[in-house]
Design a protein around this ligand. Structure first.
Ligand SMILES: NC(=O)c1ccc[n+]([C@@H]2O[C@H](COP(=O)([O-])OP(=O)(O)OC[C@H]3O[C@@H](n4cnc5c(N)ncnc54)[C@H](O)[C@@H]3O)[C@@H](O)[C@H]2O)c1
Length: 323
């Protein structure tokens, strides 16, 4: 019997890259006609594996999938899958945590450079017929300034060398990152308040967890260096948007650049329409290449489990061990 892989929903123009990976074990792939529980179950009930994008996979659906051995998410977060139910059913759940770390670290640097060099404002002025320097005064030299990275996981570990290449000194705060990882990147480990005190630029790279929701509050903005800039490519709710607008109104911060917002797309946000904020529509992760890598890696997790090998990134690895 050829293994059968059901795909619940897809944002990709084609599933051929996943299909090619699955073909190496002779597996067939089929996309659900719709991303509704009924339509998904019609193909998932008899499937050996499930590939999921945004569809919610409930305990009830998992109970009906009698043959399934692996649920592989096309993405980093797995909050749309009932992990406990999957674990009880002996199903491995996997994610792809590293498909876009080049893209997000490039995007964080691009936002920072665009802020510092005032690229969007200069560009708009030239297109309006103003060819002059005084419209962008003042601009300060980047070399010798301090970049503070909040979180030192995969993405900021790539931001650090890029910033260092521009002559910036990089400090970071991550209570869980081993000291030698920071030292190995030439990055000084500092307490959070010290990072706020020292940094000319602060770039956020923590996950959104209860401790980081609204971490950037009125109090925290007050502790930042006067004139400092904030970059956020992590998750919108880490920043209290009213507090950020206030810090900018008061002239305490120099500006901000955000790829993520508390509500996406933003509705009545005090941050939209301001000249001192750059906003991109949560596109940090995206490149044609990152999407291909995502499909390939998610399908490789399926191939690993169906071939009896351990996947690279299981969320519930004990399931695999107990089988
Ligand atoms: N904008 C986008 O398109 C996009 C794409 C991918 C990831 N992201 C976001 O970027 C974030 C960082 O990604 P990553 O791959 O570097 O994550 P990662 O999982 O590799 O690392 C996260 C780091 O955050 C640290 N951390 C946890 N709580 C912290 C806290 N309270 N203070 C400081 N550090 C803390 C952890 O110790 C860990 O080192 C992700 O959490 C995700 O939300 C955004």
């Amino acid at each position: 019997m050829r293994p059968f892989v059901a795909v619940t929903d897809s944002v990709f123009p084609s599933l051929d890259p996943a299909r090619a990976v699955l073909a190496t074990i002779g597996a067939d792939l089929e996309l659900a006609a719709q991303a509704t529980p009924d339509a998904i179950l019609r193909i998932a009930e008899g499937a050996d594996a499930l590939l999921v994008t945004y569809a919610k996979i409930t305990a009830e659906m998992i109970g009906a999938m009698k043959k399934c051995r692996v649920i592989s998410r096309f993405g980093i977060g797995v909050d749309n899958v009932d992990i406990d139910a999957a674990t009880s059913a002996g199903i491995v759940v996997t994610k792809v945590p590293d498909y876009c770390i080049d893209e997000v670290s490039d995007h964080a640097m691009a936002l920072l450079l665009a802020l510092v060099r005032k690229i969007p404002a200069s560009n708009a002025q030239v297109h309006e017929g103003r060819w002059e320097m005084k419209a962008v005064v003042p601009i300060h030299r980047l070399r010798g300034t301090v970049l503070g990275l909040v979180g030192f996981g995969r993405i900021p570990q790539l931001v650090a060398p890029k910033a260092q290449a521009f002559g910036m000194r990089v400090v970071a705060h991550d209570p869980f990152a081993p000291a030698d990882v920071l030292a190995g990147h030439g990055v000084e480990a500092v307490a959070f308040d010290e990072l706020l005190r020292q940094s000319d630029y602060v770039s956020i790279h923590t996950p959104l967890v209860p401790e980081t929701r609204n971490l950037f509050s009125r109090d925290v903005f007050r502790k930042m260096k006067p004139g400092a800039y904030l970059v956020n490519t992590a998750r919108g709710p880490i920043v209290d948007e009213a507090a950020l607008a206030e810090a900018l109104d008061q002239g305490h911060l120099g500006g901000a650049a955000l790829d993520v917002m508390p509500q996406e797309p933003p509705v009545n946000s005090p941050l939209v329409g301001r000249p001192d904020i750059l906003i991109t529509p949560h596109t940090s992760f995206y490149s044609e290449e990152s999407l291909l890598e995502l499909q390939r890696k998610a399908a490789e997790e399926v191939v690993a489990v169906l071939s009896g090998r351990a996947p690279r990134n299981a969320v519930n690895p004990d399931v695999q061990r107990s089988l």
